[in-house]
Design a protein around this ligand. Structure first.
Ligand code: PLP
Length: 218
């Protein structure tokens, strides 16, 4: 399944983040042995346990909600934090990154689904307020590399497409307002097992796939 997915991503030059939550170590290891190096968990505790049990050259992504008090456990190794949704969290990541002697890459998570989800920045205006603030300008150990979002879980493809398009629009608006000359602001993390085809068509650069990768037929 891995190579079939990678073949689908190639024309879009998108990258695969293998979502390993709820998988066993041998299952993850099998995907690793096929060459995959980017893996994601949605809980800090699981991330720490898996990291311990698996090869050191894995790039670990956190895709779930992150509580400020847990940043310290991942600051010295995390590759990309996908779900940053507040200035307070960014400030904590900055502080812990500085202590670890690193700059940590982050994505801003937006609420794009119609359904009521707890987490995510509500809209472009809220992100503009955050990125335009004096507090944000003082942060030197976080690098905002793009945006992330999850579409509504539905068979309605038009709706999913509209939500991804909305996120792509937010990405473009932030890029031109705040990151014009910053090549690092380049990631549009959208698309999961059920909707990554649509996400790719709408400009995704990073798809987060679990179920299809681990359960799909070869
Ligand atoms: C679980 C999860 C995924 C992967 O979902 P699948 O449907 O298993 O591919 C992607 N993104 C986030 C944020 C997740 O929690």
């Amino acid at each position: 399944m891995l190579s079939a997915i990678l073949d689908q991503l190639k024309p879009y030059r998108a990258k695969l983040v293998a979502v390993s939550k709820r998988r066993t170590i041998p299952e993850i290891r099998a995907i690793y042995d096929q060459g995959q190096r980017d893996f994601a968990e949605n809980r800090v505790q699981d991330l720490l346990e898996r990291r311990e049990a698996l090869p050191a050259d894995i790039r670990w992504h956190l895709i779930g909600h992150l509580q400020s008090n847990k940043v310290k456990y991942i600051a010295d190794f995390i590759h990309l934090i996908h779900a940053v949704d507040s200035l307070g969290l960014l400030q904590e990541i900055d502080k812990r990154a500085q202590a670890a002697g690193r700059v940590i890459d982050c994505l801003l998570q937006f609420k794009i689904a119609e359904e009521d989800t707890k987490y995510g920045i509500p809209d472009l205006a809220a992100a503009e307020a955050m990125l335009g603030s004096a507090e944000f300008s003082r942060l030197s150990h976080v690098r905002v590399c793009g945006v992330m979002g999850m579409a509504t879980f539905t068979d309605d493809e038009d709706r999913v497409r509209a939500e991804f398009r909305k996120l792509a629009g937010i990405f473009k608006a932030l890029k031109s307002a705040f990151f014009k000359d910053n090549d690092r602001f380049s990631e549009l993390s959208m698309g999961m097992s059920g909707d990554y085809g649509i996400a790719l068509e709408e400009g995704s650069t990073l798809v987060r796939i679990g179920t299809l990768l681990f359960e799909g037929a070869d």
